[in-house]
Design a protein. Structure first.
Length: 253
């Protein structure tokens, strides 16, 4: 929800100010900047802190301490945490430099986008705690979107459908990433996966032998085990479905 003065009430950020900072129109602080303190250094340190301790641990006061400066010095660069998070999102979304060597097709492009997005969430788990519904778009996020779009236009789909391909793929990856991040968080509790499932084994064995769950009881091997790559399975099925749509559109043309 956005108020009449341009404030995004989801994050508390001033959209106009965030856009000025993202697109380099915010200007340098008019007074008293600490030597060596830059907007890029502030954002980089904020990302490092969020990566290490989570978004909840990030505050302007804590960030100032990590940078060895006063909190008021930060406010000369960034109005508050809301705008800072907007800058952090765009910072981590910046795609690698395009050297013009891309020669793959649309399927390879979607695969690369999916895998890069999964790595992004693994590297920055705090992204899962940021509402992505109404992002403040900067050069990093727009550059990434343009890069992916340029590689999938060969699908021959309409513009809304191309955006839909990106949204669908990102939605799938986000679900997988959330599961993987939760698994990593569970591992830090001190209880191993083996101990966790061993504690449930007697109850599960009793349930499976009761005859009430014949389909589950009939499964062989370890269907939930690490030998099966569920992410890769889902990604390839998503791509297979897109193959069907691309072929249909080609037939219509």
């Amino acid at each position: 929800m956005t108020s009449t003065n341009g404030e995004d009430r989801r994050t508390g950020s001033d959209i106009t100010r965030s856009l000025e900072l993202l697109w380099g129109e915010g200007g340098r602080p008019a007074r008293g900047p600490k030597p060596g303190l830059t907007l890029d250094r502030i954002v980089t340190e904020a990302v490092r802190l969020a990566d290490a301790e989570g978004l909840a641990a990030l505050s302007m006061r804590r960030l100032a301490t990590e940078l060895g400066t006063g909190t008021m010095s930060l406010y000369r660069y960034v109005p508050g945490k809301g705008e800072l998070v907007d800058l952090m999102l765009d910072h981590v979304s910046t795609p690698p430099a395009d050297d013009g060597s891309w020669s793959g097709g649309w399927r390879e492009a979607v695969e690369e986008f999916a895998r890069e997005t999964l790595v992004l969430y693994r590297r920055h788990p705090w992204l899962l705690h940021v509402n992505p519904a109404r992002p403040v778009l900067g050069p990093g996020s727009i550059g990434g979107l343009d890069r992916t779009l340029s590689r999938i236009t060969s699908m021959g789909l309409t513009d809304p459908e191309l955006i839909g391909v990106i949204m669908m793929t990102e939605g799938y990856v986000t679900g997988v990433a959330r599961t993987q991040v939760h698994e990593a968080e569970s591992a830090r509790t001190g209880l191993t996966d083996e101990a966790f499932w061993a504690a449930q084994l007697p109850a599960l064995e009793k349930a499976m032998s009761s005859g009430r769950y014949p389909t589950l009881a009939g499964l062989t091997g370890d269907p939930f085990g690490p030998d099966f790559d569920h992410f890769e399975f889902g990604l390839q099925r998503l791509l297979d479905g897109l193959d069907v749509l691309v072929a249909r559109r080609a037939g219509e043309r």
